[in-house]
Design a protein around this ligand. Structure first.
Ligand code: HEM
Ligand code: MTE
Ligand code: MO
Length: 556
C-alpha cells in the first residue's frame, strides 16, 4: 500500500513536471518510522492512514502551488530527485553519526551518494537477505558495484522511501581529531572491511564478498598499512629520483608524470601474509591473522617506471646498477620511511609492466592505497608495491629497509626465532601459485541441490603466470573435479597479472552431514600448491599457499 501510494505520487507529480513530493512531509513519515523500533501492525495502519492524508494533501498542495510562479531556485530544489542527491529540507549528518547507527537497537543507517537512509524496517524484507547488514553504518555503493542488480529505478525508489537526511561531505575529512595520536588523520574506511588491526589499519573483506566481482571496488580493497597514512597533496607532491653516483637528483611533480604516455593494466595484488590464519592453526606465527582475502584486483593507470627512469637519465645498458629502491611517505617514530626494492631488470623490462600508478579503477588512487602515486609491480608480493611513493633510488644494493631485510622472507619449518638469520633468505619477490575457496566459507551451512554443492573461489600466480586449472575435491582427493573459469583475463603469460574466478558444482554423498572441501590451482608453468600447511610453515606465516581446505555443513 505504502509503495503503491508512493509510486502514484511520484509518477503523478513527475508527469506534471514538478517534484512536489518533498513538501508533502513524506520524509516526516520516514523520520517517524525511524523512531519506532518495531514496525507493528497498528503502526502500519496508522502510517497508511497518515500517508493517505499526506498524499491527498500533497496533490491539493500541488494544485495550489501550480498557480504560483516558481522561482529557478525552487525548480532546482524540487527537480533534484536523482537518487542520493542533496535534499535541502532534510537534516545533515556526518560520518560519525552514520557509523554510530549500525545495530538494530541504535537503528541501521546507510548512505548512498549524499543520501542518508534508515533501513532498519527494510532489512527483514530485503530480497538479498541479511547481507544488507554488511553496509550498516556505511555506504551501500561498493556493494552495488558487486551486485549490479541494484542499478535499477525500482531499487532506488525503495531506497529513497527510507531517506532521513544528507551526508555532510565536507565534514568527512574533518572529524574531531586527537592531534597527539599519530593515527589522528586516517581516511574513513568502509565498515565491511574487517580489521585485523586498527592502528595501523589492516583489513580484509569477508571471503564470500571478495569473489562477487572480478574487479574489487576500491572501498572494499584490502588495506595493509604498517604506519599512519600520510596526507600527501596533489599540488605539492614531488617524486625524487636518485641515480647513485650522479650528483643531481631529478624530481617530478604529479602533473609532470601525468604528461608522460600512460598505460593501464589489470593486476591482482596480494599480501605475503594472505591465508596466514591457516598456518596459525597448525602452529602460532608472528603476524596479523589474515584470512583468504588479503588480495584484490584493480585496473591501475600510470606511467611505466622504465620510461621515468630513462627520462631521469638512466642508461638501459648500464650494468652498474642491480636494484631500484622505493621509499614511501609514511614514516615511523624515528623518521624511517617504509621502503622496499625490486631487481632492476624487472623495472626496465618492457614486459614487466611496472607502473608509477595514479589511478585505481579509473579514479585517483584513494589515500589508503597510496595517493597520489604508488608503484605497481605486477606479479610481485604486495610489500614491494610501495604506496605514497616519494623517492626512487637506482642502486647496486637492495633497499636497506626493515621490510626488505628483516621481514617478508621465507624459512624452513624447523627455523624458529632463536635460530633465524634473516640474511640467509632472499627477499620475497614473485609469489607462488595460490587458490582459495571463498563460497561457502569455513563453518557455514550449504544447501545441497540435486545432490550437489556449488563452490566458488579465486586462483592466482605471481610472475605473470596464468592459472590453467583448478581442481576441487570433497572426498580427500579420491575424486577431483575441474572447476570452470567464471572470469579470466585475456592477457597472455608472462603478462597475465590478474586472478581467475572459478566455480564448480560437486556431488556430495547422500548421507553426509558435513564435508571438507579442498582446492588447488595449477599455473602456466605447471607449478601447483603444496598439499599440507605443516610442511611449509614458517615463523612469519608468509607464503601460506597449501591446498585450501574448508569445512562446511550440508543442508538438504
Ligand atoms: C539498503 C539498500 C538496499 C536496497 C534498497 C536493496 C534492495 C534490493 C532489491 C529490491 C533486490 C531485488 C532486486 C531484483 O530482483 O530486482 C535486492 C537484491 C539483492 N541485494 Fe539488495 N538492497 C540494498 C542493499 C544491499 C546490500 C548492502 C547488499 C550486500 C551487501 C545487498 C545484496 C543483495 C543481493 C545479493 C541481492 C540478490 C538476491 C538474489 O539474487 O536473489 N543489497 N536488493
Ligand atoms: N608506503 C607503504 N607502502 C606499502 C605498505 C606500507 O605500509 N607503506 N604496505 C605494503 C604491503 S605489505 C602490502 S600487502 C600492500 C598493500 O596494499 P593495499 O593496502 O593497497 O592493499 O602495500 C604495500 N605498500
Ligand atoms: Mo603485505
Amino acid at each position: 500500500m505504502y509503495r503503491i501510494l508512493q509510486r502514484f505520487t511520484t509518477i503523478e507529480i513527475k508527469r506534471r513536471g514538478v517534484q512536489a513530493i518533498q513538501c508533502c512531509g513524506l520524509h516526516e513519515l520516514n523520520k517517524e518510522q525511524h523512531n519506532f523500533s518495531n514496525e507493528n501492525k497498528s503502526f502500519k495502519r496508522t502510517r497508511n492512514i497518515l500517508l493517505g492524508a499526506v498524499v491527498g494533501g500533497c496533490i491539493g498542495y500541488y494544485f495550489i502551488e501550480k498557480s504560483k510562479l516558481v522561482s529557478a531556485e525552487e525548480i532546482k530544489k524540487y527537480n533534484n530527485d536523482e537518487p542520493g542527491s542533496f535534499k535541502e529540507d532534510l537534516p545533515v549528518y556526518n560520518l560519525e553519526d552514520i557509523s554510530s547507527h549500525a545495530t538494530r537497537d541504535k537503528r541501521i543507517w546507510v548512505t548512498y551518494k549524499e543520501g542518508v537512509y534508515d533501513i532498519t524496517n527494510f532489512i527483514d524484507t530485503h530480497p538479498g537477505g541479511d547481507q544488507i547488514l554488511l553496509a550498516a553504518g556505511s555506504s551501500v555503493e561498493p556493494f552495488w558495484l558487486l551486485y549490479s542488480i541494484h542499478e535499477n529505478p525500482h531499487v532506488y525508489k525503495i531506497l529513497e522511501s527510507y531517506r532521513i537526511g544528507n551526508l555532510n561531505k565536507d565534514e568527512c575529512n574533518n572529524l574531531t581529531k586527537d592531534m597527539t595520536d599519530p593515527y589522528f588523520n586516517e581516511p574513513k574506511r568502509h565498515n565491511a572491511l574487517k580489521p585485523a588491526s586498527k592502528k595501523p589499519f589492516n583489513a580484509e573483506l569477508p571471503p564470500e564478498l571478495l569473489i562477487q566481482s572480478f574487479i574489487t571496488p576500491n572501498e572494499l580493497f584490502y588495506v595493509r598499512n604498517h604506519l599512519p597514512v600520510p596526507d600527501l597533496k596533489a599540488e605539492t607532491y614531488e617524486l625524487e629520483i636518485e641515480i647513485e653516483g650522479v650528483k643531481k637528483t631529478k624530481s617530478f611533480r604529479l602533473e609532470d608524470l601525468k604528461k608522460l604516455p600512460k598505460k593501464t593494466i589489470t593486476a591482482t595484488i596480494m599480501c605475503a601474509g594472505n591465508r596466514r590464519s591457516d598456518m596459525i592453526k597448525h602452529k602460532p606465527v608472528k603476524g596479523l591473522n589474515w584470512g583468504p582475502a588479503a588480495i584484490g584486483t584493480a585496473t591501475w593507470t600510470g606511467v611505466p617506471l622504465r620510461d621515468v627512469l630513462i627520462s631521469a637519465g638512466l642508461k638501459e645498458d648500464d650494468d652498474k646498477f642491480k636494484h631500484v629502491q622505493f621509499e614511501g611517505g609514511d614514516s615511523d617514530v624515528t623518521g624511517k620511511m617504509y621502503g622496499a626494492s625490486i631487481p632492476i631488470w624487472r623495472a626496465l623490462d618492457k614486459r614487466g609492466d611496472v607502473l608509477l600508478a595514479y589511478e585505481m579503477n579509473g579514479v585517483p588512487i584513494p589515500r589508503d592505497h597510496g595517493f597520489p602515486i604508488r608503484v605497481i609491480v605486477p606479479g610481485v608480493v604486495g610489500a614491494r608495491n610501495v604506496k605514497w611513493l616519494e623517492k626512487i633510488t637506482v642502486s647496486d644494493k637492495e633497499s636497506d629497509s626493515h621490510w626488505q631485510q628483516n621481514d617478508y622472507k621465507g624459512f624452513s619449518p624447523s627455523t624458529d626465532w632463536d635460530t633465524v638469520d634473516f640474511t640467509k633468505s632472499p627477499a620475497i619477490q614473485e609469489l607462488p601459485v595460490i587458490s582459495a575457496i571463498c563460497q561457502p566459507s569455513e563453518g557455514s551451512t550449504v544447501k545441497v541441490e540435486q545432490d550437489k554443492i556449488t563452490v566458488k573461489g579465486y586462483a592466482w600466480s605471481g610472475g605473470g603466470h596464468k592459472i590453467v586449472r583448478v581442481d576441487v575435491t570433497v572426498d580427500g582427493g579420491k575424486s577431483w573435479h575441474v572447476a570452470n573459469f567464471e572470469h579470466q583475463d585475456a592477457a597472455l603469460p608472462p603478462q597475465h597479472w590478474a586472478w581467475t574466478i572459478w566455480t564448480v558444482k560437486i556431488p556430495v554423498d547422500k548421507k553426509s552431514k558435513n564435508v571438507e572441501i579442498w582446492a588447488k590451482a595449477v599455473d602456466s608453468s605447471y607449478n601447483t600448491q603444496p598439499e599440507s600447511v605443516e610442511n611449509i610453515w614458517n615463523l612469519r606465516g608468509v607464503l601460506s599457499n597449501a591446498y585450501h581446505k574448508v569445512k562446511v555443513n550440508l543442508k538438504r
